[in-house]
Design a binder for this molecule. Sequence first.
Ligand code: TGC
Ligand code: FAD
Length: 392
Amino acid sequence: MADDRFEAHDYYLMDEFLTDEHKLIRDSVRTWLKKEVSPIIEDYYERGEFPHQIVVGLGEHGCFGPYIPHEYGGAGLDQIGYGLLMQELERVDSGVRSTSSVQSSLVMYPIYKYGSEEQRKKYLPKLATGEMIGCFGLTEPDHGSNPGGMLSNFKDMGDHYLLNGSKMWISNAPFAHVAVVWAKNEEGRVHGLIVERGMEGFSTPEMKGKHSLRASATGELLFDNVKVPKENLLPGKSGLGAPLSCLDSARFGIAWGAIGAAMDCYDSALRYAKERTQFGKPIGAFQLQQKKLAEMITEITKAQLLTYRLGQLRNEGRATSAQISMAKRNNVDMALKVAREARQIHGAMGISNEYSIMRHMANLESVVTYEGTHDIHLLITGMDITGISAFK
Ligand code: TGC
Ligand code: FAD
């Protein structure tokens, strides 16, 4: 995507709902991404590497802890401002948005919400600038959709905790300085622990061979009798609800991010349909291509409306977890469908790395699975409307 010609599409004039601050932060990160990230992202994706040089810029544009208060180094934005940042990042690459989601909602948020004042002061300002990178360990080799079955555990040894177990599929793990790790105590209650790189018995091997999210690093977290200082336990909340509440915040960001990926695919397909000629006409003149484009912008617009309203509810503290699940599920599914249609409009060029479409499509296969799969979010809606859990 060396030549980033993206133009945003706002079919229902949603910009009129945004404040000047919203537009300023969105436009500023968009300009930076076009200049600094779009030209390099394809290359990093192909090499399967995270572009570390963008970390400082992500911090400067408020992408680490967008809604964390200024006093802890965050950008102090509302939920719609946070959502707009995620939309812009994922417009360029889901892996870039992932890095920001994990740092913001899965590392900074639990430390801010459930950490002690000492933990907030120690970690949050460095995480906000990117001087420190974090990761979030919930998933285990045998416990993905069912994190409540986790086996990672810790014992109280008097002056420290002893942590054992393993986590898998952890974004940012290979280079993270800190990990927020969820493990059970001797009574089987889930707690969050801050584990730091360098602690004896803690390792983070990288997972290779991904065909998706290649510009984001993924790894394991292995704990072999790791001595964790007692002051590293998050004191504010225990139980599975603690990590799941962090997921609410990250899933909300993904709902916005997926719109960004869809907008990029649609924008590229619309331009291509007007420029590419077959049978003596632009392909955009054919009804079949118009149908695809019209359905894409309809679905993008519906997702924008759903997500903006969810942002309002989040700002008022009224959004439910089930509402967030609906938006995450709908928008990622929508983005995948838009990506597939956009690829077809580009014909053979759609599979080329001259366009971002195949990269978005492959990335979205991770996004539709992580932070709760497509099926799990449907079952959360089912449980919410019937009052009956299909999980147990
Ligand atoms: P269940 O019995 O329903 O709930 C256990 C306790 O948790 C509470 N709870 C929530 N609290 C806050 N927010 C939510 N979203 C919550 N959902 C449930 C619930 O009230 C209960 O509290 P209490 O006090 O009664 O104990 O739990 P369950 O074992 O039946 O499982 C429910 C299920 C399947 C919905 C849940 O476990 C789930 O969401 N599974 C999906 C797992 C998942 O999303 N993993 C994500 C890992 S992190 C990740 O993917 C990062 S990708 C990062 C990137 O690169 O962007
Ligand atoms: P499984 O739970 O084994 O599910 C397999 C299939 O069974 C799915 O289709 C699922 O929908 C279906 N299924 C499962 N249970 C049910 C049910 N009750 N009813 C109907 N169908 C069901 N995790 C972290 O903790 N931190 C991270 O930073 C992180 N980053 C990730 C990055 C990437 C690139 C990827 C791919 C994953 C990441 N994950 C992370 C893990 C992710 O959250 C899990 O992959 C996800 O929760 C699904 O778990 P699983 O892969 O074990 O699938």
